[in-house]
Write a protein that binds this ligand. Structure first.
Ligand code: HEC
Ligand code: HEC
Ligand code: HEC
Ligand code: HEC
Length: 386
C-alpha cells in the first residue's frame, strides 16, 4: 500500500467524520412516500424528527362547551353586535370564550374589551379588527369551498393562540440598497426571508399573493419561438413562490407536480388544482380584508414599510399539507363562521383609538335583515353537509 493511499484514506475518514458531527450538517431520518406510479419519481419526503414536532404544534383544541342554539338572540340582548347578532345568547358566549382562547389566551377578554365591563365599546383596535376577521373567516368558508372544502377554517387555523399568526409576510426591503452604481440589486440577491431564504426576488409574494401576476413561464418547445415572453426574472419569481408554497405545506414540489413536466396539468396530482384555488383565495383575502385594515393597526403591528402583515400559504398551513392535519373545528361554530352575515366595510378612517364609542356599521350591515332564520332547518342541513 503506498503512502498516499493511507493518507487519502485517513483524509476521507476525517472528512466524513467532520461532515457527520459538523455544526451545520445534520442527516435527518427521512420518511419517503410514493405518490405516483412506479418509475415516475413521484415521492414526497419528510424529515421524521420534524414530523413529531409538527404533530404536537398542530392540534385542534376542543370547543369550550357545546352551545345551545335555542333562546334569545344576541341582537336582542346586546347593544353593538354587527356581525353575530343572529347567534343565541349561549352561542355568542361560547364564541367569545373560544376567540379568547384562540387569539388572546393570556390577556383574556380585555384584549378586545375595556376593563370596566362596557363590552359594547369599540375603542380598542383589536375589537374592530376582530369584527373584520369574523367577516373574513366567514367569507373563506362560504366562498372558497374550492380550497378549504368542508373542513373550513376558524380563527385558530391562523392564530393558534397567538395575537398575531406566527407565519405572515410583509414588504421586505431589507437591507436598504447602498447608494451609487453598485447599489441597485433589483430587489433580489439577498437572503430573502419569504422566499425560502434564497436570493430570488425577495418580494415575489407581493406579485402573486397580492398582485395577480401570471404564473406561466414554461416553454413547450426546445428552442425559443418568440411565443413565450417570460423573462428570467419572472421565472425566478415563480420559483420563489413555489418555494414558499412547498415550505408552507412541508411538502416538496412533487406534492403538486410531476417533475418531468412542471407545466402539465394532466400529469399533476389533484393537489395542484386545490393549490391553484388557494392562490386566488389568498390574494382575495389580502386585497379584500387585510389591506383595508391598515389604518386601524398601530405602527408596531405593521411591517417595516408600514404595510399590514399579510396572509400567505403558511399562515394557515403552518408547515403541514392540510392545516391541523385536516381536523375540522368548524362544526362547533357553524352559525358564527360558516356563512357570511354581512360583507360591508366600515369607514376605518373614522376610527379614533380609545375614543370611538361605536364604529358605524358599513352600509349593508343591517344584520338582522340578512341573517338566516335561526329556527329554520338551515343549520341542520349545513351540519349534515360537513
Ligand atoms: C379577540 C377579540 C375579542 C375577545 C378576546 C373577546 N371579545 Fe367580546 N366581542 C368581540 C367583538 C368583535 C364583538 C362584536 C361582535 C359583533 O359586532 O357582532 C364582541 C362583543 C361582545 C359582547 C357584546 C357587547 C354589546 O353589548 O354589544 C359581549 C357581551 C362580549 N363581547 C363579551 C366578551 C367576553 C365575556 C369575553 C371574554 C370571555 C370576550 N368578549 C372576549 C371581540 C372579542
Ligand atoms: C387567514 C388567517 C387569519 C384568520 C382566519 C384570522 N386572522 Fe386574525 N389576523 C391575521 C393576520 C395576518 C393578522 C396580523 C395583521 C397585522 O398585524 O398587520 C391578524 C391580526 C388579528 C388581530 C390583531 C391582534 C394584535 O395584537 O394586533 C386580532 C385581534 C385578530 N386577528 C382576531 C381574529 C379573530 C377573532 C379571528 C376569527 C374570527 C381571526 N383573527 C381570524 C390572520 C388571520
Ligand atoms: C402546493 C402545490 C405546489 C407545490 C408544492 C409546487 N407547485 Fe409549482 N405550481 C403549482 C400551481 C397551482 C401552479 C400554477 C399556478 C397558476 O397557474 O396560477 C404551479 C406552477 C409552476 C410552474 C410554472 C408552470 C408553467 O405553466 O409555466 C413551475 C415551473 C413550477 N410550478 C415549479 C415548481 C417547483 C420547482 C416546485 C418546488 C420547489 C413547485 N412548483 C412546488 C402548485 C405547486
Ligand atoms: C385560510 C387558510 C388557508 C390558506 C391561506 C391556504 N390554505 Fe391550503 N388548505 C386550507 C385547508 C383548510 C385545507 C384542507 C381542505 C380539505 O381537507 O378539504 C387546505 C388544503 C390544501 C391543499 C390540499 C392538500 C391535500 O393533500 O389534499 C393544498 C395543495 C393547499 N391547501 C395549498 C395551499 C397553497 C399553495 C396556499 C397558498 C397559495 C394555501 N393552500 C393557502 C386552508 C388554507
Amino acid at each position: 500500500m503506498s503512502y498516499w493511499t493511507i493518507f487519502g484514506g485517513a483524509g476521507a475518514v476525517v472528512l466524513g467524520a467532520a461532515l457527520l458531527v459538523g455544526p451545520d450538517w445534520d442527516l435527518p431520518p427521512v420518511d419517503t412516500e410514493q405518490i405516483g406510479y412506479r418509475g415516475t419519481g413521484m415521492f414526497v419526503s419528510r424529515d421524521i424528527e420534524k414530523q413529531a414536532e409538527l404533530r404536537e404544534a398542530n392540534i385542534a383544541p376542543p370547543a369550550p362547551w357545546e352551545a345551545d342554539p335555542e333562546g334569545e338572540r344576541a341582537d336582542d340582548i346586546y347593544e353593538n353586535v354587527q356581525v353575530l347578532g343572529h347567534l343565541s345568547d349561549d352561542q355568542f358566549n361560547q364564541f367569545m370564550a373560544a376567540i379568547t382562547e384562540w387569539v388572546s389566551p393570556e390577556e383574556g377578554c380585555t384584549y378586545c374589551h375595556s376593563d370596566d365591563g362596557n363590552f359594547a365599546w369599540d375603542g380598542l383596535y383589536t375589537k374592530v379588527v376582530s369584527r373584520r376577521m369574523i367577516q373574513m373567516t366567514q367569507a373563506i368558508n362560504e366562498d372558497w369551498a374550492s380550497h378549504v372544502g368542508n373542513v373550513g377554517v376558524t380563527c385558530y387555523t391562523c392564530h393558534q393562540g397567538n395575537n398575531i399568526p406566527e407565519n405572515v409576510w410583509w414588504f421586505d426591503d431589507d437591507p436598504e440598497a447602498a447608494r451609487g452604481a453598485l447599489g441597485y440589486r433589483a430587489g433580489q440577491n439577498v437572503v430573502g426571508e419569504f422566499v425560502g431564504r434564497t436570493s430570488m426576488p425577495q418580494n415575489a409574494l407581493a406579485d402573486y399573493l397580492l398582485g395577480d401576476k401570471e404564473i406561466r413561464v414554461h416553454s413547450n418547445t426546445a428552442l425559443p419561438t418568440g411565443e413565450n415572453t417570460a423573462t428570467t426574472k419572472e421565472t425566478e419569481g415563480t420559483w420563489a413562490l413555489m418555494m414558499h408554497m412547498s415550505e408552507s405545506l412541508g411538502a416538496n414540489c412533487m406534492a403538486c407536480h410531476n417533475s418531468r413536466a412542471f407545466n402539465e396539468w394532466d400529469e399533476s396530482p389533484p393537489q395542484r388544482v386545490t393549490a391553484w384555488h388557494g392562490i386566488r383565495m389568498t390574494r382575495a383575502m389580502n386585497n379584500d380584508y387585510m389591506v383595508g385594515l391598515t389604518p386601524i393597526f398601530p405602527e408596531n403591528r405593521l411591517g417595516p414599510e408600514g404595510d399590514v402583515l399579510k396572509v400567505g400559504c403558511s399562515t394557515c398551513h403552518n408547515g403541514v399539507q392540510k392545516p391541523l392535519y385536516g381536523v375540522s373545528m368548524l362544526q362547533d361554530y357553524v352559525d358564527a363562521l360558516a356563512t357570511k352575515t354581512s360583507s360591508g366595510v366600515p369607514d376605518y378612517e373614522s376610527f379614533v383609538p380609545g375614543e370611538t364609542e361605536v364604529l358605524a356599521p358599513a352600509e349593508d350591515q343591517q344584520s338582522s335583515l340578512m341573517l338566516p332564520d335561526p329556527t329554520s332547518a338551515s343549520k341542520e342541513t349545513r351540519v349534515a353537509a360537513q
